[in-house]
Design a protein around this ligand. Structure first.
Ligand SMILES: Cc1cc2nc3c(=O)[nH]c(=O)nc-3n(C[C@H](O)[C@H](O)[C@H](O)COP(=O)(O)OP(=O)(O)OC[C@H]3O[C@@H](n4cnc5c(N)ncnc54)[C@H](O)[C@@H]3O)c2cc1C
Length: 445
């Protein structure tokens, strides 16, 4: 049977362990931390739960087994991520970002880098290890994130510059990053490592001029300001990172001239995880409100579920959750089949599920009525959490939709390949969609 949505016994066990962790260890911490106006304190309140998650393998389980990771499949990761995100998607993001940072080393790094950096990540006896994925930039810095693949030289695209100093065998980083998760670490002195995408040649566009740099904790010249205070996902730390004459050995650099491909692939790998995280949040909203609608009468004689309007609203929510879970699993399965080369389908899942389920959470709130706004219920938080999905993890409009568009626009794109789970090649000619260089420009690739 090649199409079967039934979990096998290993997956059921994984689901139970993740659910027990989420409900017993994570859930008791969430409300108070979410209400804390200080984002760093809120993040720090999660440290004990993180250590437990690390011990259970949730912080590194997706890293390749040969370097100490758990080597779990993308599909199995879906099962864990849904359970954790159903309780707190911000905490789930902390775990996910370890993968965003370290999977690029597995795909694009040297063997020495894999052994050293992934090996360190997977062997922390204290279970506190964090990796930062340091790509996004401040508005008007100059620079930007959505246009990382812009064909023009600086100031278009990524603006943190890493200048090569061959005399000392180093790269020298200058500039500012804004938004990176985990980057500041538990003490705002740095995650164990930051994988940072930088401009190594300001005269070149984003498809030739970017690289990735592994910046270890304690690197002189890297500093962290107060983390960003957000509407949702308050339990993950989003950082303001500055680099000033920050010298990193050349051996820490990888994907020279291919930093764009690193960004494209990392945000492909994370797409189905973001999609299933949206399922988790919508599921929690739906279950809470379904329960409410079976007991609350609204002053009538029967619980409100007996009003057809309420029943239809909740039916719509339930349909959307099921459809999105199937799509997220499909995308994850596709990534398993093709070494995470699923740039279009992963982006489709991320965009579709995030957008659909933000709407679904609102519909569920409509079914509940005005009481959904009362902060003594957890429902307003579900809406704040759901709001993040279309905007984060490579925003839907500026990045993920452009990636789908770029793949589709390529000559020879086979529109049935995704349905048939056949591979779709991704290359630089598919980046930069809608930016100054036309997609058909032979120089663009
Ligand atoms: C909880 C959370 C966790 C995050 N974790 C990380 C992390 O670990 N590491 C990291 O580096 N970043 C992280 N981010 C940032 C995140 O990845 C953003 O998606 C990323 O910064 C891009 O945002 P954006 O698309 O809004 O880009 P921006 O560059 O800010 O663009 C703004 C808007 O302009 C429009 N736009 C810009 N260019 C185009 C274009 N070419 N075509 C069409 N429209 C365009 C779009 O409407 C876009 O949404 C995180 C953010 C959040 C909220």
């Amino acid at each position: 049977m090649s199409i079967d949505f039934t979990l096998n016994s290993y997956q059921k066990r994984l689901q139970r362990i993740a659910r027990d962790f989420a409900t017993e260890i994570l859930a008791p911490l969430v409300a108070e931390a979410d209400a804390d106006p200080d984002p760093q304190r809120a993040f720090l309140a999660m440290k004990g739960a993180y250590v437990e998650a690390y011990k259970l393998g949730f912080a590194t389980g997706f890293l390749p087994r040969q370097y100490g990771g758990g080597g779990i499949s993308n599909v199995d990761l879906q099962i864990v991520a849904e359970e954790i995100a159903a309780v707190d998607p911000g905490f789930a993001t902390v775990l996910l970002v370890n993968g965003l940072a370290l999977m690029p080393i597995a795909w694009f790094g040297t063997e020495e880098q894999r052994i050293k950096w992934i090996g360190e990540a997977t062997s922390d006896p204290r279970g506190e290890y964090l990796a930062g994925w340091t790509v996004s930039e401040a508005p008007g810095s100059p620079g930007g994130t959505a246009n990382f693949d812009h064909p023009g030289p600086m100031p278009a695209g990524i603006s943190v510059v890493a200048r090569r100093d061959p005399g000392r065998g180093e790269y020298v980083l200058d500039g500012m990053k804004y938004w990176p998760c985990n980057a500041g670490g538990w003490d705002l002195k740095g995650a164990n490592v930051n994988v940072c995408v930088v401009r190594i040649d300001p005269t070149k566009g984003g498809k030739e001029g970017l690289a990735a740099v592994i910046v270890p904790r304690g690197a002189a010249g890297m500093n962290f300001k107060t983390p960003i205070s957000k509407i949702g996902h308050r339990l993950c730390q989003n950082n303001v990172v500055t680099f000033h004459n920050c010298r990193i050995p050349e051996e820490n650099v990888f994907a020279v001239g291919n930093g764009d491909l690193v960004i494209s692939k990392a945000f492909t790998w994370s797409g189905p995880v973001a999609a299933i995280a949206a399922v988790g949040v919508a599921r929690s909203a739906y279950e809470y409100i379904l329960d409410w609608s079976k007991t609350y009468t609204g002053g009538g004689t029967r619980p409100i579920i007996h009003h057809q309007a309420v029943g239809y609203l909740l039916a719509e929510v339930a349909m959307k959750i099921e459809a999105c879970r199937a799509m997220a699993w499909k995308a994850a399965h596709y990534l398993d089949l093709h070494d995470s080369e699923g740039h279009a389908v992963a982006a489709m899942a991320k965009v579709f599920c995030g957008e659909t389920l933000f709407g679904a959470v609102f519909k569920a709130m409509q079914a509940m009525g005005v009481n959904a706004l009362d902060r003594s219920h957890p429902v307003e938080r579900f809406l704040r959490e759901a709001l993040v999905f279309p905007l984060y993890d490579a925003g839907n409009i500026g990045m993920q939709m452009r990636k789908i568009w770029g793949v589709m626009s390529a000559p020879g794109f086979d529109p049935r390949a995704i349905a048939d789970s056949r591979p779709i090649r991704f290359d630089k000619s598919m980046e930069g969609a809608g930016l100054e260089a036309p997609l058909s420009d032979p120089q663009a690739g």
